[in-house]
Design a protein around this ligand. Structure first.
Ligand SMILES: Nc1ncnc2c1ncn2[C@@H]1O[C@H](COP(=O)(O)OP(=O)(O)OP(=O)(O)O)[C@@H](O)[C@H]1O
Ligand SMILES: [Mg+2]
Length: 465
């Protein structure tokens, strides 16, 4: 009996001990992970250390992840990229997006396997530091704001919440068909954000991953919301063209992901080539990125900030055609050869789907519906805007990067289009107001004549004698 009791006590002590060890190990795992990572890539690459040595501004953005609410914020996934996950959370009373950069792992214990893993972790860590640095030094209405970061034990970026998601998702998943005004506003927002990156700093900042998945909307597009609710968008032709006071202005696009941005010295620009050591992973072969890649990158040549102008052309093409670049021109694998040979998706540039907000009866302004269909002049103005944007695309995707317009020139051109469009829109609105007055006068006159026939003699309205 005593023997059984002793055995039970020993067993109990063993179980409690094992539980305690497991618990402690679980709690220490992140630290262990960091230590292992440090031993693998070297302390100089550890983001927590690198960032600690940087400017005070960057340190002031360092946050304690415990401040994120709710405590189980990881349950609310809003997106997934090739480098990590994006979650929805609240930070100091503000809704935020938390982007976690996942550290690559490998089961391979061989030296080549370990060396690839080392390269991957170094790259991911450097990207994270770049992203934090850029987030700390950039302030512009068309760039997403980084509110904070945490480098250890996990690499987290706290970014302003863009409830409209990405242009990629809106176009290709929600089937958003932007109106000409929305296309113009989006083109303007992106060009302004890019102009800032290329010109605001002593050296140009090259984004290098400009694509529709990295263009985020502050709110879902108004034209999409009104379409889904079946509501007529607005009067005065705004549904057809998009007036400056209608969906065009509620749209706000911001550029995200500065992880691959890099400030370049003139020397670096001269010497820079696509990193030959870069493993053919993630973003280099990521099909979603190849479609926006300039020929000089695909040819692995020297390149500069003009690669962003090419990528911008592809984003604009996407907005105008509501299709991925090179849609219907073979598989993604065939695109690089076409780009390098100088071919461009010209047919796609002319294509525009029949938009529910343009052609559909439901979206036609009520007054126009009763008076013989949408105004052709307004549609013509919309077409003019689209044609002008197509010209911007053509200049921006030139094979020779020196022939591409720079962003300050693109912004000027978009301002000119906007002024022209606004003038045409105002003219149209005034014409509509005049025809409305005439229409009302006509119906008043008919009413008066009717009453005259019926025998009553109301006072004749002025000007009808
Ligand atoms: N600040 C944000 N607010 C709201 N949603 C966001 C925010 N940042 C990212 N997202 C969402 O998370 C998704 C994934 O973003 P992420 O930047 O990780 O990957 P990606 O840009 O799609 O691809 P890649 O990893 O190749 O850059 C985006 O497509 C977007 O829908
Ligand atoms: Mg992104």
């Amino acid at each position: 009996m005593l023997y059984v009791c002793v055995l039970a006590v020993v067993l109990l002590v063993f179980c409690i001990g094992a539980a305690i060890v497991r618990c402690v190990n679980k709690r220490r795992r992140p630290r262990w992970g960091n230590e292992m990572r440090e031993s693998l890539i070297g302390a100089d690459y550890m983001p927590s250390r690198v960032l600690r040595e940087r400017k005070a501004d960057e340190r002031s953005k360092k946050i304690n992840p415990a401040e994120l609410r709710p405590k189980e914020w990881e349950r609310q996934v809003i997106g997934k990229g090739s480098f990590g996950m994006v979650y929805k959370a609240e930070f100091r009373g503000q809704p935020v997006a938390v982007k976690e950069v996942i550290v690559p792992n490998s089961h391979s214990k061989t030296e080549p396997g370990q060396s690839i893993l080392r390269a991957k972790i170094r790259r991911v860590s450097t990207n994270f530091v770049d992203e934090v640095e850029m987030g700390c030094s950039c302030r512009h209405e068309n760039l997403v704001t980084m509110l904070g970061y945490s480098a250890a034990p996990r690499m987290l970026l706290i970014i302003e919440m863009m409830t409209g998601g990405s242009i990629f998702d809106q176009l290709h998943h929600s089937k958003w068909q932007p109106s000409p005004a929305e296309c113009l506003k989006a083109a303007f927002d992106v060009a302004q954000g890019m102009e800032y990156l290329h010109t605001h700093f002593e050296l140009p900042v090259i984004h290098r991953d400009l694509k529709s998945a990295n263009l985020l909307l502050l709110q879902p597009p108004a034209s999409l919301a009104s379409r889904s609710s079946g509501r007529v968008q607005s009067l005065s032709g705004a549904a057809t063209l998009g007036s400056p006071g209608a969906e065009g202005l509620t749209l706000l696009v911001k550029i995200s992901d500065f992880g691959m941005s890099r400030t370049k010295s003139a020397k670096e620009i001269e010497q820079d080539e696509v990193d030959e050591e870069t493993p053919e992973t993630d973003y280099m072969t990521h099909c979603g990125t190849t479609l926006w890649m300039a020929p000089e990158i695909l040819r692995r040549e020297k390149y500069n900030e003009m690669v962003d102008v090419y990528a911008y052309a592809m984003c604009l093409l996407e907005l105008l055609s509501c299709r991925l670049p090179w849609h219907g021109k073979g598989g993604t694998a065939e695109v690089p050869a076409k780009v390098v040979s100088g071919e461009r998706p010209d047919e796609q540039l002319k294509f525009r789907p029949a938009s529910p907000s343009q052609g559909a009866h439901a979206a036609t302004p009520a007054r126009e519906r009763t008076t013989g269909g949408p105004s052709p002049s307004l549609e013509a103005v919309g077409e003019q805007v689209l044609d002008s944007l197509r010209e911007v695309v053509k200049k921006a995707w030139a094979q020779d990067s020196t022939q591409r317009d720079r962003f300050p020139a693109i912004v000027c051109e978009l301002e000119r289009i906007q002024t022209q469009y606004q003038a045409a829109f105002e003219k149209h609105r005034r014409t509509q107001q005049v025809s409305q007055v005439l229409l009302e006068a006509k119906s008043d006159k008919e009413l008066w004549q009717q009453r005259m026939k019926e025998g009553s003699s109301p006072k004749m309205p002025g000007g009808w004698e």
